[in-house]
Design a protein around this ligand. Sequence first.
Ligand code: ADP
Ligand code: MG
Length: 140
Amino acid sequence: MSIEQTLSIIKPDGIEKNVIGECFQRFEKGGLKIVATKMIHMDRAKAEGFYAVHKERPFFNSLVEFMTRGPVVVSVLEGENAIAKNREIMGATDPAKADAGTIRKDFASNIEENTVHGSDGPETAKFEISYFFEKNEIFS
Ligand code: ADP
Ligand code: MG
């Protein structure tokens, strides 16, 4: 266990559903601190770069369309085991498989429009945080 930082995104469906505060509350109640946050509207190139690891997947184009259809809230969450903790708070990728009480179980529409993103490991967290934030925008 160690203090980690992870990247969170509240996706366009989360903004449309008006659950920014609900997501933030779950992060905070789960012991995570929001040490950076902003609302942005990604263009196609920004979303494609973010999801580059998925570019061969059949859902890539649809995912990029979805992620660029409206603004998102990107945040850096910090705390003990933050990467795994955030994934636990989010729930499984497919809301039908997500545990009760998770963000995706409660708010996600389907496997694509699943309300939140969270980094999946230390290396991706580092890349993803630097993809959206300068060092001086993070208040650890
Ligand atoms: P996670 O976000 O849980 O880490 P992945 O990294 O596997 O999941 O996928 C990235 C995102 O791509 C998902 O959060 C979801 O928005 C979308 N996605 C994943 N699998 C599918 C799928 N089978 N069909 C459509 N969209 C998908
Ligand atoms: Mg992932």
